[in-house]
Design a protein around this ligand. Structure first.
Ligand SMILES: NC(=O)c1ccc[n+]([C@@H]2O[C@H](COP(=O)([O-])OP(=O)(O)OC[C@H]3O[C@@H](n4cnc5c(N)ncnc54)[C@H](OP(=O)(O)O)[C@@H]3O)[C@@H](O)[C@H]2O)c1
Length: 370
């Protein structure tokens, strides 16, 4: 569908790892078969975006590249095979791209090239650039319509606050993957980080009882207060991690048998025994979703007790569709009880990425506004 796109637009371009971004004018992508061109309004920042682009994380992707992850924007132009999206419509643009003829070949836009030859080809040749830009090209199927009247009107969310979706979706993918049910008890660990905190918020909205397990007592107290302010009847407990496997298992067991565990350990927590402590509290047949980095095989705790342990990368399409319905129905808190978002212009990307690494935990988020 024709549109008045500018010939050039501003974008954050990374030429090489560790060199930092440059704000550059680059040619605006044009609509074609299977894609949409989005005018980006809010681009999400990860707690470890800085480490991805300075090379510390060791993630591979082609360069030069426009940085980013998921974003929210308005449809500015559409390929001729679009039948449902509308010009000007507000959409959530998801960063997980699957090959159309092999959904198993997937990668995370401007973050990681994935692990197959197909995913590496697609990020290199077709969907290279991310959404730290005024305009971006995305697959049609990655553009999820947002009910703007309901979300921004009736429920009062701002567009930047809605970017918190990209954090909430990840634990939602993991919790649905291990079939968390309303009324069940789930341990979330570590609960004090970006994804752990988002996991607490999602599990509460799913009707579960949450045991938030983490090292930082002050942040655990803030987390509980944040949850109870937004959802006064939520069932939420906190347990401080001491780092001793059986001491922590005993503290967690005080709340009775646990149905499920979800882990978001970053690389620096890979040697922490907290997942084993949490697994000891599971009832027979309990389920564990491993979404962070933790290499412990946990054989005695897992194998002998029929524990289902699943790895999970991000989420599936139906998870996103169901999540949007939960949000639109008002199952999440509003305003600051949902999220406090710090917004930075593209030019202040360095401050934005620094804030992303520091302003984290439940109900905190950072975005760039191109
Ligand atoms: N599977 C997926 O699809 C997926 C998607 C997104 C992210 N992830 C992964 O999720 C992980 C967490 O990301 P994030 O953005 O939430 O990180 P984050 O905001 O930096 O949070 C890190 C958390 O780990 C805790 N921690 C750090 N070192 C620890 C240690 N030695 N022992 C115990 N706890 C420790 C921190 O606790 P304190 O508050 O005590 O410091 C904090 O709760 C990352 O590894 C990321 O790659 C996976």
């Amino acid at each position: 569908m024709a549109a008045n796109l500018p010939t050039e637009h501003r974008a954050l371009v990374l030429e090489a790892l560790g060199e930092g971004f440059q704000v550059k004018k680059i040619p605006t992508p044009q609509p074609g078969l299977g894609n949409a061109i989005i005018r980006i309004e809010s681009a999400g920042v990860l707690s470890y975006h800085r480490e991805i682009y300075d090379g510390a994380r060791g993630y591979n992707f082609p360069k030069p590249i426009v940085g980013g992850m998921s974003a929210i924007g308005r449809i500015a132009a559409l390929g001729p095979d679009s039948v449902a999206l509308k010009l000007g419509q507000l959409v959530y643009v998801d960063c997980v791209i699957h090959a159309r003829d092999d959904p198993g070949a997937l990668f995370l836009t401007a973050i990681h090239e994935g692990t197959t030859e197909g995913s590496k080809k697609l990020i290199r040749d077709v969907w290279r650039d991310g959404y730290f830009a005024e305009y971006a090209k995305a697959p049609l199927e990655n553009c999820y319509p947002l009910d703007e009247a309901r979300l921004c009107g009736t429920l009062g969310y701002t567009i930047h606050d809605l970017m918190y979706i990209c954090y909430l979706l990840v634990p939602f993918g993991g919790l649905r993957d291990i079939r968390l049910e309303p009324g069940e008890t789930v341990i979330i660990c570590p609960a004090t980080g970006g994804y752990g905190g988002a996991g607490v918020q999602v599990a509460i909205a799913m009707g579960a009882r949450v045991i938030a397990f983490g090292r930082n007592e002050k942040e655990l107290a803030r987390l509980k207060e944040h949850v109870l302010r937004g959802t006064p009847n939520a069932s939420i407990e906190t347990v401080k991690m001491t780092g001793d496997e059986m001491t922590d298992a005993a503290a967690l067991k005080a709340f009775g048998p646990v149905d499920a565990v979800i882990d978001f350990s970053p690389p620096q927590a890979a040697k922490s025994p907290h997942v084993k402590s949490a697994v000891w509290t599971l009832r027979r047949g309990g389920r564990v979703s491993m979404m962070g980095w933790n290499e412990n095989p946990m054989v005695p705790t897992v194998l002998a007790r029929n524990i289902t342990l699943k790895g999970k990368l991000m989420y599936e399409r139906e998870d996103i569709e169901l999540f949007m319905k939960m949000l639109e129905r008002g199952l999440f808190p509003r305003g600051k009880n949902f999220v406090h978002t710090k917004v930075f212009p593209l030019e202040d990307w360095k401050e934005g990425l620094d804030a992303g690494a520091e302003f984290l935990g439940i109900g905190k988020y950072v975005t760039l506004a191109p």
